[in-house]
Ligand binder design. Structure first.
Ligand code: F0G
Length: 458
């Protein structure tokens, strides 16, 4: 394959701090073996998340200076609204400070006890907001998506047959909406095909259930459709994106991903009554409907980011740079979810550390080792994040134990990625020395953010 270069030059740089292994051992211990609790300046390469970590462009920074900070009806809002409408085709665009604010508002209104929300795979904040409302969050991922080693094109697809059965068994009156997450973050950043979105919409139509997209990484998903799905190769990304949204009745969005900004989000809705209710709740908790918890300057940056993210050269570089890391790891035998997803590489910690049982959190143990060995920060997506417990306190582990290396947009260069690959491979070579962990503190919800751990000695 020919070299695909970063489609930008660097105008402003941020130094990164080097630490020694001894320092990192001490720092991680102080952080309770939870990389979330490290000081970011003690991290060399931060792959904790691709959310809010993008480098903004000169045009976005120019937009920041142009932000109109009027409380109501700001010029920046109308620019933002116009851009989001062009992409989504939705009637009402409601700004929020980030994705989970959109989720909270939406599910405070449509959720509640006795309600059920299907999705290909709910992201953790989506699940938490649904469950917090008293409703049930249900994952209906297709079978292929649950097997890290199977290489197919659209492992984020929803299982349409399961969805039909689910609706029949649950009763459509108890399903206020159906969601699809593009790309499927918790399942490996895997894309959903246009055909699948269309089929899900048809089922939803049969039962009169609105379809909502969790659209955080819509542009990355559209690029996968372009390169992998028949009939889309010659279509401009904007057209593909517009088709995706044409099947939806609404969307939640974290602009911190594919809008290439550090903060922001929105709700896009077609239904008049629902939009009105969302706006009213927005005023109570986020702000007036033309700023929704954001500054005017933030809305400018989102509007510009949404234009830049549709650039095909950008998307080609983006998807290729993630794939490049994946290829290096696979070549060295490191087990990852294949094929690589859009925004991250997911190491399969079950196969990486087969001797550590889910009760001893193999994913978390691996994130610790990556930090100690290379100063790299990654995140566990396994039994710490999604583990449940039965009435006797036994762990019910999720189907996968993963470690996510999320690649911030436009931040790291190819040599940073080469370094990351090198360090992971070195950790893989001495994997038999890695020990499991036990929890010493945990919160009742979203425990992975604040839990503390200790190493289990033999
Ligand atoms: N939905 C998906 C698919 C996400 O990946 C996220 C955030 C959200 C919703 C919530 O958005 O953070 O703006 O409130 N994902 C980040 C991540 C946190 O690291 O994957 P938010």
């Amino acid at each position: 394959m020919k070299t695909i270069i970063e489609p930008f030059k660097i105008k402003s740089v941020e130094p990164i701090k080097f630490t020694t292994k001894e320092e990192r051992i001490k720092l991680l211990k102080e952080a309770g073996s939870n990389p979330f609790l490290l000081h970011a300046e003690d991290v060399l390469i931060d792959l904790l998340t691709d959310s809010g970590t993008s480098a903004m462009s000169a045009q976005q920074w120019a937009g920041i200076m142009n932000g109109d900070e009027s409380y109501a009806g700001s010029k920046s809002f109308y620019k933002f609204e116009k851009t989001v409408k062009k992409i989504t085709g939705m009637k009402y665009i409601i700004p929020t400070h980030q994705g989970r604010a959109s989720e909270r508002i939406l599910f405070s209104i449509v959720g509640g006890k006795g309600k059920h929300i299907p999705n290909n795979t709910h992201f953790d904040t989506t699940r938490a907001n649904i469950e917090f409302s008293g409703a049930e969050a249900v994952d209906l991922l297709n079978e292929e998506g649950k097997h890290p080693e199977i290489r197919t094109d659209f492992k984020g697809n929803m299982d349409v047959e399961k969805l039909k059965k689910f609706i029949e068994n649950t009763g459509s009156e108890n399903i206020p909406l159906c969601m699809i997450t593009i790309t499927n973050n918790s399942g490996g950043g895997q894309p959903v095909s246009m055909q699948n979105i269309r089929e899900v919409k048809e089922v939803c139509n049969q039962y009169n259930i609105p379809l909502f997209l969790d659209a955080c990484r819509f542009a990355e998903n559209a690029y996968f459709i372009k390169i992998r799905e028949k009939g889309y190769t010659d279509k401009p990304i904007l057209e593909i994106v517009q088709e995706i949204f044409s099947y939806a009745d609404g969307a939640t969005m974290s602009a911190k991903k594919d809008a290439l900004v550090n903060i922001g989000g929105f709700l896009a809705i077609n239904d008049d009554e629902l939009a009105q209710k969302c706006r009213n709740l927005l005023i109570v908790t986020e702000g007036f409907p033309t700023y929704g918890g954001l500054a005017g300057r933030d809305l400018e940056a989102v509007a510009q980011g949404l234009v830049e993210v549709l650039d095909e050269n950008y998307l080609q570089y983006r998807i290729r740079s993630v794939e490049y890391l994946g290829e290096k790891l696979v070549a060295a035998g490191v087990p990852i979810i294949e094929p690589p997803g859009g925004h991250a590489i997911y190491i399969d910690a079950k196969r990486f550390l087969p001797s550590i049982s889910p009760e001893q959190f193999p994913g978390q143990a691996l994130t610790c080792e990556l930090y100690i060995h290379g100063g790299i920060r990654a995140v566990e997506i396994g039994s710490v994040m999604f583990g449940k417990y039965d009435s006797e306190g036994n762990l019910i582990p999720p189907s996968m134990e993963l470690v996510r290396l999320a690649i911030p947009r436009r931040v790291y260069t190819q040599s940073h990625i080469d370094y990351v690959a090198e360090k992971i491979i070195e950790v893989y070579e001495k994997r038999s020395q890695i020990k499991g962990l036990k929890i010493t503190y945990q919160a009742t919800m979203l425990r992975h953010f604040t839990a503390r751990f200790e190493k289990i000695d033999d």
